[in-house]
Ligand binder design. Structure first.
Ligand code: SF4
Length: 350
């Protein structure tokens, strides 16, 4: 069976025509699910009963089932059950009038970052396009009941988005479409640990999404220890591909750096990082590590973070350092799951 939310509008219009239906029927169905918040074909009362039954028999929708919502001050964590019983999560981050959804792209993650629960279990499987799109769709419906809507998307949840390239790319196109949630690509951010061939490919897609690299170390030697997956791709190659992305798209690049005490937070690391990023069109986002039970890693002293930031700024590197929980969550996929969890997470490698 086809997955309804895996279709672009054009694909679905074609699908309807092949099924002997008029094109405007496709627009009606999209209007029901993306605007009116329908969660089944049953209530689509401007479609005939026969058509509703045929759609029900041929299309899978909804594909993901809400298990729970955990609220904290500025975030809500949505836990979803997939049709094979696996669990993933998305996080809604509220910041003033901005509503950002952090999407998962895989169950588990191949990157195995040392500080991340998702990485500890490795990759279980990639999500389909529809499984990604539905996370945003259902949260948008939840917000609409409060008179709000999703306006920003970050692909920073469980998984490495560029390891699920086709599904992620298609979900970007679907969610950007005016017949769906119509979220501007400039308000979408893809976060990667750095897969240079895929970054280059993304640069050639004629998109305007923001790109974030989880850097976390100023050299390949240390980076391999923090992100084992990084062994595959030399750091200089990754940075060159990031530069190409910035040139091709005109978008600024963000480098995220999770500061972990006694691992990557020394002054010499800051000096090395500044040299690495010198003359690059970028911003460094410093994120003090939030300790996670079971992982013997520590949060750096506030003073160490200030010194690190000051060194970067003195050398002309644009640097941000955010304190709020929501921003921290938005800034690091592994930290995302962990910071909001009061209980062990789902497929998130606990
Ligand atoms: S931090 Fe992100 S990239 Fe690293 S293992 Fe976790 S989910 Fe994967």
């Amino acid at each position: 069976m086809d997955e309804l939310c895996g279709f672009t509008f054009e694909e679905f219009a074609l699908w309807m025509e092949r099924a002997g239906e008029k094109r405007f029927r496709a627009a009606q169905v999209f209007d029901w699910i993306y605007r009116k918040g329908a969660t089944s074909f049953e209530g689509m009362d401007n479609l005939g009963k026969g058509l509703r039954e045929r759609l029900q028999a041929s299309l899978r929708f909804p594909l993901i089932k809400l298990v729970s919502i955990q609220d904290s001050k500025d975030t809500s964590k949505f836990l979803w059950e997939l049709s094979d019983g696996k669990l993933v999560e998305s996080v809604l981050i509220r910041s003033f009038d901005r509503r950002t959804v952090c999407l998962s792209s895989q169950v588990g993650c191949p990157a195995r970052c040392a500080f991340c629960a998702s990485g500890r279990q490795g990759l279980m499987r990639s999500l389909s396009t529809a499984e990604i799109v539905e996370q945003a769709l259902h949260i948008d419906r939840y917000l609409k009941e409060k008179g709000e809507r999703v306006c920003h998307l970050v692909y920073m949840g469980m998984g490495e988005p560029l390891e699920n390239y086709d599904a992620v790319l298609k979900s970007i196109k679907i969610l950007n479409d005016e017949k769906t949630l119509h979220i501007s690509q400039r308000r979408m951010t893809v976060s990667t640990v750095g897969i240079s061939p895929m970054i280059r490919r993304l640069a050639g897609e004629d998109l305007s999404v923001n790109l974030v690299l989880s850097l976390h170390a100023p050299n390949q030697h240390l980076r391999k220890k923090i992100i084992p997956f990084a062994r595959k791709y030399p750091l200089d190659e990754i940075l060159t591909s990031m530069d190409e992305y910035a040139t091709e798209t005109g978008r600024d690049i963000t480098y995220e750096y999770i500061l972990i005490a006694k691992i990557n937070d020394a002054e010499e690391h800051a000096v090395e990082l500044a040299a690495l990023l010198k003359d690059r069109q970028c911003t460094v986002n410093l994120i003090p590590y939030n300790p996670v039970e079971g992982l013997r890693l520590e949060r750096p002293e506030k003073n160490a973070v200030s010194i690190f930031r000051d060194i970067l700024q003195a050398k002309g590197i644009r640097t941000t350092w955010r304190y709020t929980k929501g921003d921290d969550i938005a800034a690091a996929c592994g930290q995302l799951a962990l910071q909001t969890a009061e209980t062990p997470l789902i497929g998130v490698g606990t």
